[in-house]
Design a protein around this ligand. Structure first.
Ligand SMILES: C[S@@+](CC[C@H](N)C(=O)[O-])C[C@H]1O[C@@H](n2cnc3c(N)ncnc32)[C@H](O)[C@@H]1O
Length: 398
């Protein structure tokens, strides 16, 4: 139970909770390096005047996009024209500003920032994850390398954030084609030409990608996903036979030195340990918005029990949230994680305040959590749950 009444303030004004969900156009972009702000002539794109952003266009025909310099085409159910440039007006409309941070203007569920500060955090977090978990799961190289001439391998990153993961893939596998999906456009100006950014809400379905990819990767997107089990079903169809699903999530909980979950205070008497307490409030707020914050706990079972997956591997990583470990590697990771958490607490403010949490209460918990993390005496771990598996080849007919 949260210490504040949040139920009435959770639905943003702009959301029509009663209306049917509509498929909104997907925005396909050429690599961002192809344009600059100076190119942003608002008349050069048939965007806002012909179709309002993120609302259905006049045609229901599906669109095809062709990669630059390649002939691999991606199906899309988007009713809108498929190739778009980014203009400053589109950029403006992709974001809203709340409590001093830039958030996506698209999803009423995902409410962490999508601004430079958040992307810097994600970039650093990506480097930490590589040290702890390795860059790719073991089957990745084989799946991505076996190219048949004329059939480039294709990799999809769902909820790409800053794009650090998918851009590395695109650079390291230059013959592949990579697609990065998120609620806001990827902002990199050094996007490899074999990588494309699409703006879309994964919750609207992935039918337009069925059969198109050899790898589907998703990391830490659960708080923006309504039905994670359903997402795994979609991914099983998006993957080609032999393709790789690669998921990593965390459960928004803190764990003690015995890896036992630290339960938050259930009364008004909020007390130490403070960082897990803060996390529990964030988890509550994200859950109330419709995010599948429990997904980390179930992804292994869901994939293991799925008829289309085999070679399922589960790994979990316990990352210290401050440098309390005696082992030098984990002490260093604790330092990185603490830096990440301190920034994450700033990122969580719009979601918590927007959910009705009193600012004084938030400040109180935050200040205590910061002190606790800086003292690094309370062993609190974050649990990252990681699952990869391959899509079965069709079974031979009897
Ligand atoms: C915590 S960030 C992680 C980013 C990246 N996967 C990484 O590991 O660095 C979560 C990302 O998922 C995106 N996301 C969440 N829900 C989404 C949805 N329903 N559709 C598309 N993107 C979504 C968010 O916009 C955000 O960029």
């Amino acid at each position: 139970m949260s210490a504040w009444n949040r139920s009435s303030s959770l639905l943003p004004d702009a959301v029509d909770a009663t209306g049917p969900p509509t498929r909104r156009p997907i925005r396909y972009m050429s690599p961002m390096s192809d344009f600059t702000d100076d190119d942003c002539d608002e008349d050069d794109v048939m965007s806002t005047t012909s179709f309002p952003p993120f609302s259905a266009g006049p045609s229901s025909a599906s669109s095809h996009t062709t990669h630059e310099g390649g002939d691999a085409s991606m199906r899309s159910a988007s009713p809108a024209p498929s190739v778009w440039s980014m203009t400053s007006s589109l950029r403006r409309q992709a974001y809203r500003h709340e409590y001093g941070r830039g958030l996506n203007n698209y999803s009423d569920i995902y409410s962490l920032p999508a601004d430079d500060e958040e992307y810097e955090r994600l970039d650093k977090q990506h480097e930490m994850f590589k040290l702890i978990m390795g860059k790719y799961p073991p089957p990745f190289d084989q799946v991505m390398s076996d190219s048949v001439p004329g059939e480039p391998k294709a990799c999809l990153d769902l909820g790409c954030g800053s794009g650090s993961w998918v851009m590395e893939v695109a650079r390291e596998y230059p013959n592949s084609s990579c697609v990065a999906v998120d609620l806001v456009p990827m902002q990199s100006r050094t996007m490899p030409t074999n990588c494309r950014s699409e703006v879309d809400d994964i919750n609207l379905g992935l039918e337009h990608f069925y059969g198109d990819f050899d790898v589907v990767h998703a990391r830490l997107i659960s708080s923006g996903i309504k039905d994670y089990h359903g997402l795994i079903e979609h991914i099983s169809r998006v993957l080609r036979p032999g393709g790789l699903i690669d998921l990593m999530e965390f459960d928004f909980c803190g764990y003690d030195e015995h890896h036992k979950r630290i339960e938050p205070s259930v009364d008004q008497n909020i007390r130490a340990p403070w960082w897990p307490q803060w996390l529990a409030f964030l988890r509550d707020a994200a859950k109330n918005r419709g995010g599948a914050v429990d997904a980390a706990t179930y992804i292994h079972d869901w994939i293991r029990q799925h008829r289309r997956f085999e070679n399922v591997v589960y790994r979990e990583f316990w990352i210290p949230s401050s440098p309390f470990a005696s082992d030098p590697f984990w002490r260093r990771m604790g330092l990185c994680m603490r830096e990440d958490i301190l920034e994450f607490m700033r990122s969580g403010r719009p979601l918590l305040l927007g959910s009705g949490m009193p600012e004084a209460l938030l400040d109180h918990i935050e200040q205590n959590a910061i002190r606790e993390l800086m003292e690094a005496r309370t062993p609190v771990y974050i649990r990252c749950q990681y699952v990869y598996a391959t899509r079965k080849h069709p079974l031979p007919r009897a």
